[in-house]
Design a binder for this molecule. Structure first.
Ligand SMILES: Nc1ncnc2c1ncn2[C@@H]1O[C@H](COP(=O)(O)OP(=O)(O)O)[C@@H](O)[C@H]1O
Ligand SMILES: O=C(O)[C@@H](CO)OP(=O)(O)O
Length: 375
């Protein structure tokens, strides 16, 4: 029996690859001859580059860049032939900001400068196309930092360079200099479709998790509104309402202004890792799909990863099992999405245990569930 193990990351505890390996370890403990295919998944956010590296191989380039707080962080991007895969979170991710530091001042000043430094490295190495994974960011700067690192510095009306972060963009008058992409084509692989501004925009929807309080959200939204005018000048058209302009704190908008094509990060990854081919093969072998993520909740049913696995399995007539950290989706809703059974590590083994040893407890859950599906 062929089993496709295709989880997303478990937010804050396991990368998608670690989750897939833990599930496979546990499954094999109960069913030693299980034919397991590990297909870890990602959207544009955290894990994007690791998942693609696992599937595609290639070379990881590491370099020190400016992190979201202005301190140096170790960033990286993946080169496969003349294509680069660059996860924005590598340079400006929320994981670079300790939980206690997610405060309004940090939300106001966090920068995507390091994303531009990674792009410049790809340019200098002669890469032709860069796919930028969007999501998991700590920033709300409209991609201003990225543009500065590429040679187009946001300045005020006196021509003075603005400090890092989204709040300062309230004073942005223009870009000083032209962004140097060396002819690279850009693709924005986004985890969300949000516009730049307003109630569904970057600041309102994703600002709070980065430390913004209500006042800071309003301040950032207004500053991004000013910057949208500057980006429109660069793009030669308005981009504020484009889908994904609000991804990664408005980094999507700056990429759009640089001519990027937008794609769904989840869809792009799904294609590159060959999920559909794996499901086809499993269907021919009386198989099973196993997926999972940290929290299987109503958002999962609106998202694109778990539902892609469940739909893909259902379309081929194979069952789909979710192994998650926690489950809060009812059986009927899960069933409607194509999920035959959902198990939560925390529900079956306790939340403390699952957070203390996420890989071990996930493996244990998999070993308990596996016999039920062994045919
Ligand atoms: N090993 C785990 N056991 C129990 N709960 C977990 C575990 N890992 C993550 N979680 C929960 O899942 C949440 C993250 O949800 P997840 O679905 O992975 O991603 P997202 O951040 O996209 O919602 C965490 O905040 C945490 O509450
Ligand atoms: O980086 C962000 O601002 C958001 C949206 O792109 O990411 P996530 O969906 O991971 O919260």
């Amino acid at each position: 029996m062929r089993i496709v193990v295709a989880p997303d990351s478990f937010g804050g505890t396991l990368s998608a690859r670690e989750a897939a390996e833990a599930i496979a370890d546990g499954w094999r403990r109960s069913v030693p001859d299980a034919d397991l295919r590990l297909v870890p998944l990602a959207d544009g956010g955290t894990g994007f580059a690791e998942v693609l590296h696992t599937a595609l191989g290639g070379t990881v380039h590491e370099l020190e860049v400016t992190g979201p707080l202005g301190d140096p962080v170790q960033g990286s991007w993946l080169q496969v032939g003349d294509t680069g895969y660059l996860e924005c979170a590598s340079a400006c991710g929320l994981h670079h900001v300790a939980r206690e530091d997610r405060i309004p001042e940090v939300a106001r000043t966090a920068t995507t400068y390091g994303v531009g430094q990674l792009l410049a490295d790809a340019r200098d190495r002669g890469v032709r196309t860069v796919v930028v994974g969007l999501g998991g960011s700590a920033t709300t700067d409209g991609g201003a930092g990225m543009l500065a690192a590429l040679g187009a510095t946001p300045v005020d009306e006196d021509g003075l360079a603005l400090p890092h972060g989204g709040a300062a963009l309230a004073l942005c008058d223009r870009l000083d200099g032209t962004p140097d992409l060396g002819g690279m084509q850009l693709v924005a692989a986004s985890d969300v479709d949000n516009p730049l501004l307003g109630e569904h925009g970057a600041a309102a929807v994703f600002g709070p998790q980065k430390g913004a309080d209500a006042g800071t959200v309003a301040e950032l939204d207004a500053a991004l509104g000013t910057f949208a005018g500057v980006l429109a000048g660069l793009a030669g058209r308005e981009i504020r309402d484009d889908a994904a302009a609000g991804a990664a704190g408005g980094l999507g908008a700056a990429l759009l202004a640089l001519g990027a094509r937008v794609e769904s990060g989840a869809g792009l990854v799904r294609g590159l890792v060959g999920l559909d081919a794996e499901l086809d093969a499993a269907a021919g072998a009386g198989g099973l799909a196993v997926t999972g993520e940290g929290s299987f909740d109503w958002q999962s049913l609106r998202g694109k990863l778990i539902t892609a696995v469940a739909r893909g399995a259902a379309d081929r007539g194979i069952p789909c099992v979710v192994l998650a950290g926690q489950v809060s989706v009812g059986r009927r809703e899960a069933g409607a999405a194509g999920v035959d059974a959902a198990h939560g590590v925390a529900d079956e083994l306790g939340l403390d245990a699952s957070m203390a040893d996420p890989a071990g407890t996930l493996a244990e859950l998999a070993s308990r569930v596996a016999p039920q599906w062994n045919r």
